[in-house]
Design a protein around this ligand. Structure first.
Ligand SMILES: O=C(O)CCC(=O)C(=O)O
Length: 295
């Protein structure tokens, strides 16, 4: 099974969907997360972006290290794994689809890489996203789309300059652009290239399922054309321990918000950290321990 996951991931750039939670459990979980979202007392980054709520919402403290997620990550990225970020991805009725994008080091956000390798491991992905939906994700309410195999080509260049998003004041999510304040098409290597002409896959998913992908695989989502059916997902992002997270940075800017890194630490969800070049946290902001696979 492990080698099958690895092969499929290497070929396509994504695998799934996989069940993490029963649908009913997922729906209850997201109802509780949404309620706790209003309590900002123990939040890590006090802004509207909802990055890294695994530090103050206990369900998400457990979610990022869920054994059904980590067993698959171990198959494709080795055993020493850090969770370096989580993000909320709601898609509300009537909102546009997320535009096609391809991300290697997240420098599109401010011009500075947010992750960087200290060693060359061509066989291992440098960053993996696990996107778990807590509602149905359908073509009508905005499920994800992938371009199989596109992680092997550089179709977007994050180091290009852009007029939108970078260092701008807060831009309400999805107000103006289809990439949360940025125009990702500005980063296309070939400005004549039209992603809609490529072969794509729509990832229809049940509540409680996850899809695992490298952000180097071009991905997007459909618009939510429903009247009252919100799609709600949480992405958790992982790197092997040889990656440096926010290298040399005490804060970073992304999607209109500034994040101070004073209390930030990546979370070891599996294996060991032999490198010690990242600050780690083993408890959340409520003093609860993060789960580590097999312990
Ligand atoms: O949820 C979406 O629409 C986009 C998600 C995404 O781009 C990501 O998780 O990297």
């Amino acid at each position: 099974m492990e080698s099958q996951w690895r092969k499929e991931f290497q070929d396509n750039g994504f695998i799934g969907p996989f069940k993490v939670y029963e649908p009913e459990e997922a729906k209850q979980m997201i109802a509780s997360v949404r309620k706790q979202n209003f309590n900002r007392d123990n939040i890590l980054f006090d802004n509207d972006l909802n990055y890294d709520r695994h530090y103050d919402i206990p369900e998400l403290t457990n979610h990022i290290g869920h054994p059904r997620i980590v067993e698959k990550l171990r198959a494709i990225m080795g055993h020493d794994i850090l969770c370096w970020r989580s993000e909320f991805f709601p898609k509300f009725p009537g909102t546009p689809g997320t535009e096609w994008h391809q991300v290697a080091d997240y420098s599109y956000a401010s011009g500075t890489p947010q992750i960087s390798p200290i060693e060359n491991h061509p066989d291992l992905p440098m960053d993996i996203t696990v996107w778990t939906t807590f509602t149905e994700a359908t073509v009508e309410n905005g499920c994800l789309r992938f371009m199989p195999g596109s992680h092997k080509k550089k179709l977007y260049d994050e180091s290009k300059t852009t007029q939108s998003g970078r260092n701008e004041e807060y831009v309400a999510v999805e107000a103006d652009t289809q990439f949360y304040g940025y125009n990702f098409q500005d980063f296309r290597v070939d400005e004549r290239w039209d992603p809609e002409k490529e072969k794509t896959v729509s990832m229809v998913m049940q509540p409680g399922e996850c899809v695992i992908f490298t952000a180097k695989c071009c991905h997007a989502s459909h618009p939510n054309i429903t009247k009252r059916n919100t799609r709600m997902a949480i992405a958790s992002r992982y790197v092997p321990t040889f990656m440096r997270v926010y290298p040399g940075q005490s804060s970073f800017f992304s999607h209109g918000a500034n994040m101070e890194l004073d209390n930030y630490g990546a979370v070891l969800v599996s294996g060991e950290d032999r490198y010690k070049h990242n600050t780690l946290r083993d408890t959340n902001n409520l003093g609860k321990a993060f789960p580590v696979f097999g312990k």
